[in-house]
Design a protein around this ligand. Structure first.
Ligand SMILES: C[S@@+](CC[C@H](N)C(=O)[O-])C[C@H]1O[C@@H](n2cnc3c(N)ncnc32)[C@H](O)[C@@H]1O
Length: 372
């Protein structure tokens, strides 16, 4: 990518595609530079029309594969989870440093788009692409905003964006992908050198939830059932993709982790923690069936009634047990900058310093008089 101009974007040139079929033909211009990095010159862009859902166990799903519904209750749960992340990050939307004037941001699996839309407001000069395999009927994605482009795209297919990004964000996507390494490699390819990948997740299978009141709790049974259902489905529903080694293996450097065990319930004394715990409790109560119904009933080991009964028992435990917590992790990694780019940056910094000693540049100094 050294010094090679990035191609102008033609995103939005043809936004009329109505379904998720790949609409762009293989790009004959796509090539590799001497560093082996692909130039990024194509994308697909879709509108929200003609998107049917599929009903199962009284919930609506965007397709036949992804394990979580995309109906009204799930929309509400995701709105609450968004607020939990904001509380956890002291109001920040991202832990990645975004210092450029006009950052290009990609939110993969954007869901209702709360994060993407708030980022677009916080960085009004940013271009935000919010992509997902499905659409929430009443989500904010239906708003027309100048710097957010909602697109339908399956992140497990080849990414075909025209221009690289400064930040690729993924949140709440545990269980969405079969192969996280492949996803991270694509994020790496589609980031600018120096750009950041940020991945955040809570634990959708209950693996890290603790209930100190009971050795054999329903939470444990739930977690074990979810784990084995995930194994048989081939979509891991754990937090292994948030290990620093997962990002390093894809080429990212400066990998940093922010981890918190957040309370579930009203048990904390501290007021901030109590309201965090209250929001987490509501999200957990709302989320249990959303997490569990499709995986458990499809695993062949659970009938719908038995799955619902387990969820009810876990709910009861959430409401009565003390000191339940869940792990939340936010991991960031940076795409390394090439040698020549780093050299240019160092040189530019040195030149700025030199100019400081030269005093104001000619154009900034007093205008010369033309009178003589
Ligand atoms: C639990 S939601 C999280 C939504 C959002 N990131 C947030 O934090 O509010 C997961 C989202 O990932 C989307 N998703 C699942 N599989 C996907 C895929 N293969 N490509 C793109 N999006 C996907 C789902 O449609 C859903 O909207």
């Amino acid at each position: 990518m050294d010094g090679k101009p990035i191609q102008p974007s033609d995103e939005g040139a043809d936004p009329s595609h109505a379904d998720m079929a790949r609409t762009d033909s293989p790009d004959p211009e796509e090539d590799s530079d001497s560093d082996g990095e692909a130039s990024i010159k194509s994308t697909r862009s879709c509108s929200w029309q003609n998107l049917g859902g599929t009903m199962e166990n009284g919930r609506r799903y965007c397709d036949g594969t992804y394990f979580m519904p995309n109906d009204e209750p799930e929309l509400t749960r995701l709105n609450i989870v968004h607020q939990i992340y904001l509380m956890m990050l002291d109001g920040r939307l991202t832990t990645a440093p975004l210092t450029m004037e006009e950052p290009r941001i990609l939110d993969v699996g954007t869901g209702p788009g709360d994060w993407a839309i708030e980022m677009s407001a916080e960085y009004p000069r940013a271009s935000v692409i919010a992509s997902d395999i499905g659409v929430f009927d009443s989500g904010l994605g239906h708003l027309s905003l100048p710097n957010v482009d909602f697109q339908l795209a399956d992140a497990q297919s080849e990414w075909t964006y025209h221009e690289p990004f400064d930040l690729v964000h993924m949140r709440g996507l545990s269980g969405a992908f079969q192969d996280w390494h492949a996803i991270y490699r694509q994020a790496f390819t589609h980031l600018k050198p120096g750009g950041y990948l940020e991945v955040a997740d809570a634990d959708p299978a209950g693996d890290t939830m603790t209930n100190p009141d009971a050795d054999e709790s329903y939470i444990r049974i739930f977690a074990a059932a979810m784990r084995s259902a995930a194994e048989s489905a081939g979509y891991p529903r754990d937090l292994l993709h948030l290990q620093t080694s997962a990002l390093s293996a894809a080429g990212f450097v400066d990998v940093r982790v922010l981890e918190r065990f957040i309370p579930i319930g009203l048990w904390p004394d501290d007021l901030h923690e109590k309201s965090l715990g209250k929001m987490a409790l509501i999200a957990a109560l709302e989320g249990l069936e959303a997490f569990a119904l499709r995986p458990l009933t499809r695993s062949g080991c659970w009938s719908l009634d038995a799955a619902r009964d387990l969820c009810e028992k876990v709910k009861g435990e959430f409401l009565t047990a003390d000191r339940i917590t869940a792990r939340v992790r936010v991991v960031t990694g940076r795409k390394p900058v090439s040698y020549s780019q780093r050299r240019e940056e160092v040189l530019a910094r040195a030149m700025r310093k030199v100019r400081m000693y030269d005093g104001p540049a000619e154009s900034e100094s007093e205008p010369k008089s033309n009178s003589d």
